[in-house]
Design a protein around this ligand. Structure first.
Ligand SMILES: NC(=O)c1ccc[n+]([C@@H]2O[C@H](COP(=O)([O-])OP(=O)(O)OC[C@H]3O[C@@H](n4cnc5c(N)ncnc54)[C@H](O)[C@@H]3O)[C@@H](O)[C@H]2O)c1
Length: 424
């Protein structure tokens, strides 16, 4: 394989382009955003990911990766465009459709077409293949179509793209084998060949497994709050059982994967998926639960000042998509009772609908710090500094990540037994 065309240069497509280029393959990266392309051709990127700025700079300078708003002929096409949900939680595969249509003029017999975007079951056969057929190529003979889902962890993408086990779901066995060849040029992990629909379903069940298990931990938090139990202790002790792995609770589930993918299954099998639907409902209820606890903590204060720490859906990243932390911050900002400052060292003002503050401005005179993301900065909080700046040094930690110390009274989400309203 000499040349790859990657369509969609986000958190997945950009690092994928970079690792193929690093392996000596000519790569053209395509995106509808001119800003993304202009930056890329200067050797710069628009997202935060460990090691990526340096790698992109290197492969663009070497001429192995270039950006373009239109695709080019290539041996393999890799589609990594967004697959969000509509307002009604149904899958929006419009970007996959338009990306597939965009490559048609450049597609030739013998090419490999890989969709890396997470897609509902049967999308390769029912959506992608018919577009190629309509163009005049047989999607089961002339080209090799496969779904190769991504399971990388933001912050470790460049490592995991190479080391993770890959599932390769071809629409035919030949398609699986041709797509596997593409990945063998860069992947050192296992490469498992299967059918397209099995690959689609496997990816969705991976994330659904996690969503359902987080819902169980979040339900435990609510039960524990009612019964006066410390959920963190329960989880720690129960997990000493050799076959139990209770997940960690939190302020809800976010991101474009865990909070979205279960709906792709529900849409295709609504009657058969009550557990998956209930898990979504429980996780979606957590922002409200967090706001309720903030209200309980501040009910005796006249003008409570809150410092909200963290807006991303997980720690040490800059991604706020579907973030429950963002919903919680918005609910608190909208509540006239609160004076809210928001601090997130990983997020830029233009990503969010309110102004971000510095650490000092956020905590100065605050009655309560509400931690919503487990960034390293919050794991290493300087409690003495907090005490010095805050009016009442109290922390509500929904991620169970901050240090504990006598300078600050910390309530963790799973341990609300002794919660007392803050006094001025
Ligand atoms: N980010 C992750 O950690 C992750 C992990 C596993 C799976 N996925 C899946 O991978 C897919 C891509 O996710 P992402 O996080 O990279 O998305 P992203 O939003 O970061 O990037 C997508 C890019 O595609 C571009 N785009 C949209 N339509 C296009 C088109 N028709 N032609 C060319 N470019 C187009 C956008 O401008 C954007 O730059 C999604 O289906 C997602 O669910 C993501």
């Amino acid at each position: 394989m000499k040349k790859v065309c990657v369509v969609g240069l986000g958190y997945i497509g950009l690092p994928t382009s970079a690792i193929f280029a690093k392996a000596g393959i000519e790569v053209v990266g395509v995106d509808v955003s001119e800003r993304v392309i202009n930056l890329l051709n200067k050797g710069e990127i628009h997202i935060e990911e460990v090691g990526l700025p340096e790698l992109i700079k290197e492969v663009v300078a070497d001429g192995r990766l270039k950006g373009s708003v239109t695709p080019e002929k290539a041996d393999a096409f890799i589609i990594a465009v967004p697959t969000p949900i509509h307002e009604d939680n149904s899958a929006n595969v419009d970007y996959v459709i338009s990306a597939t249509k965009a490559i048609l003029p450049y597609l030739e017999k013998g090419n490999v077409v890989i969709v890396e975007s997470t897609i509902p079951p049967r999308t390769m056969d029912d959506v992608v293949a018919p577009i190629i057929k309509e163009h005049g190529l047989d999607p089961y003979k002339d080209v090799y179509l496969a779904h190769c889902p991504e399971r990388v962890l933001p912050g470790r993408i460049l490592i995991e793209l190479i080391e993770n086990t890959r599932i390769i779901g071809g629409v035919t066995p030949e398609a699986s084998s041709k797509a596997a060849e593409v990945y063998r040029t860069v992947v050192t992990g296992d490469i498992l060949e299967t059918e397209a629909v099995t690959a689609e379903m496997s990816k969705l069940m991976e994330n659904t497994f996690r969503d359902v298990n987080i819902a169980l931990a979040n339900e435990l938090v609510k039960i524990s709050a009612k019964l006066g139990v410390n959920a963190h202790d329960v989880i720690e002790l129960a997990n000493r059982h050799p076959r139990v792995n209770l997940h960690q609770p939190g302020p809800g589930v976010g991101g474009h994967c865990l909070a979205v993918d279960p709906y792709f299954i529900v849409e295709k099998a609504v009657e058969e998926s009550p557990l998956i639907q209930t898990a979504r409902t429980i996780n979606n209820s957590m922002p409200e639960f967090v706001v309720e606890q903030v209200s309980r903590l501040t009910c005796e204060l006249e003008a409570p000042k809150l410092a909200v720490f963290g807006l991303t859906y997980k720690g040490n990243i800059d991604d706020v998509r579907e973030s429950p932390a963002l919903d919680i911050a918005q609910m608190l900002v909208d509540d006239q009772r609160f004076n809210v400052s928001v601090y997130d060292p990983h997020v830029r003002d233009e990503q969010v609908p309110f102004t971000l503050d510095s650490f000092e401005d956020a905590v100065n005179g605050a009655h309560l710090v509400v931690i919503l993301a487990d960034h390293n900065e919050f794991k290493e909080l300087d409690l003495k500094k907090l005490k010095a700046h805050m009016k009442t040094p109290v922390v509500f930690d929904t991620k169970n990540c901050s240090p504990l110390g006598e300078e600050v009274l910390t309530y963790r989400i799973g341990d609300l037994t002794n919660l007392k309203a803050i006094q001025e």
